[in-house]
Design a protein around this ligand. Sequence first.
Ligand code: HMH
Length: 217
Amino acid sequence: MAAQAGPASTCAELLARHPGAWASAVTHPFLQECKAGTIGENQFDAWLVQDYFFARAFTRFHAHALAKAPYESFDLLLAGLGAMKDELLWFQDLIKQRGLHLDCPAHPVTQRYLTFMEGASKQPYAAHAVAFWAIERAYNGAWGSHMEGMAQPYRTYAERWGSAGFGEYCRGLERQADAALQAASEQERRQAEALFLEVCDLEREFWQMAYTATTFE
Ligand code: HMH
């Protein structure tokens, strides 16, 4: 694709323009070590608890998106919200099974992600919808591309975001983000591109945070 002046006008164009930023969001030694089965329990547990904090805030971000979305997107977004109920219960069960406590604070990286989502929730819909797609698509890419041959129990966990069904959901999010970008002003598209790049950074930092966790209780 030829480089164009002005901000990207589709999600595919965002991915094509920023391959390095995207790659760093979806590939990390954390994922490779889950695949090999060599990830430390502390590292995995740190990810699990911090991602539960993330998922709680993402549910609010999702609800804010629903509140702004065109009616044509309700079916997709309501199905997604229903799946969040299941996801939050999944986190709670796994945290209990692994004997983890939730009385720790959100890590500064998680906190930055939570603040980012609060801010993005107040942006025009096109930017919010692009951030939403990027967040879900990042996990689909990250877990999905490492899932083949992944050691258990991580393989089962990876299914949550790496499955064909989740991939289909991400394509739905992409379609509705593209529709919003079509209708957006240049200024809004610029905001969308900036949020996309922030998601890439935050995803990379989130993996790194879990990977470098040395103690967790
Ligand atoms: C950090 N990014 C992070 N956690 C998640 N659960 C997702 C994306 C997908 O919802």
